[in-house]
Ligand binder design. Sequence first.
Ligand code: AMP
Ligand code: MG
Length: 403
Amino acid sequence: MKGFAGRTTVGAAVAWIDSALPNFRDLAVEEISLFHSAGRILACDVASNVNVPGFARSMMDGFAIRAEETHGATAYNALPFHVTGTSFPGTPFSGIVMPGQAVRIMTGAPMPDGADSVIPVEYTESQDQTVLVMGELSVGKHVGAIGEDVRSGSLVLGAGRSLRPQDIGVLSSIGCSSVQVIRRPIVRILITGNELLSAGTRPRGFQIADANGPMLHALVSRDGGLSVMPGIVPDDRESLIAALAEPADIVLVSGGSSVGLEDHAPRVLADHGTLAIHGIAMRPSGPAGMGVFNKHLVFLLPGNPVSCLCAYDFFAGRAIRALGGRNQDWPYRRIQATLTRKLISTVGRVDYARVKLDGIHVEPVAISGASVLTSTTQADGFVIIPADSEGYAAQTEVEVLMY
Ligand code: AMP
Ligand code: MG
């Protein structure tokens, strides 16, 4: 066993990740049904080759007439029009509205030729085939124009957009039934540790239940990846090499990332792939590492659950989001809050301090060891203390990233 000779800065590790990732336009693309596209990342710009609506339509239930003929119409001076037919949505009136005439029309129905405006039914009174109009109209009043929603030839949605429910509605309205999206990266999660019982097993004797597997699975899903979990990998070189060789876009290795006797992952990566970074100037997650195996990115996440969460969020999550075409920045809302107690750090390393929020005030969570996962469940968020800082005094305003 030999300790870390030197540690890479967080900034250099992030820069290495970014240099190892493809550009957005080189990401793998797939075509999927609109019905499965919520939250997926649009791979290319979408322009419309139709107008929506493709015809002028009524925005109200009422009567289609000529606006110029309503001049002077009021409740005390109701003007009579002869009703010659009805226009329904999907079933228009086929004739022409001549002077002195009106056509009964429903919301969404095509405007008949000759008419240029709609008087809402509330401003009319009907007697047999005559309608009394009790208000003035201007040309186009209560009429939805051709292309009012989407103009043919216009850009509707831009590449890189995370599809919202209303985006999917618009895509459908211009006649798309499927959409090109960035393929979700496949993330293999390798949980190592001979002391581990499979996730959710009641701990017994000297064995503990795997906390990192389900946590990483949730993080990968949050970041748009598809996780594959082959089960707990024994702490030996051969098992790890075999597990690393399986196909994936990204591999996460939990545990065994440090310099202990059972920590095989860094050596395996160095011998059979590339160990680009090992040992990072941060706390927790100092024993994290990263590299390449069989062309896929590998992240070595320390087994201590808080370290695992932190290293995932600083490094692996960024890579998974980028490979899926997503925003690489932290997926946490940021707020400003005032510290009630001082937050201590050491110059030369980045600290990930879990904090509790109370209104506009924030206080450090008392127990902060890397093995105490409940420090993150009791916390509302975390503060990142940069490497050049000794920490913050009480009453300092800090930025909190909310879990
Ligand atoms: P390691 O990084 O393998 O040296 O593990 C560091 C500490 O984290 C040890 O106390 C392990 O038992 C613990 N640990 C490792 N993997 C997990 C896991 N998947 N879930 C919970 N604790 C773990
Ligand atoms: Mg271990």
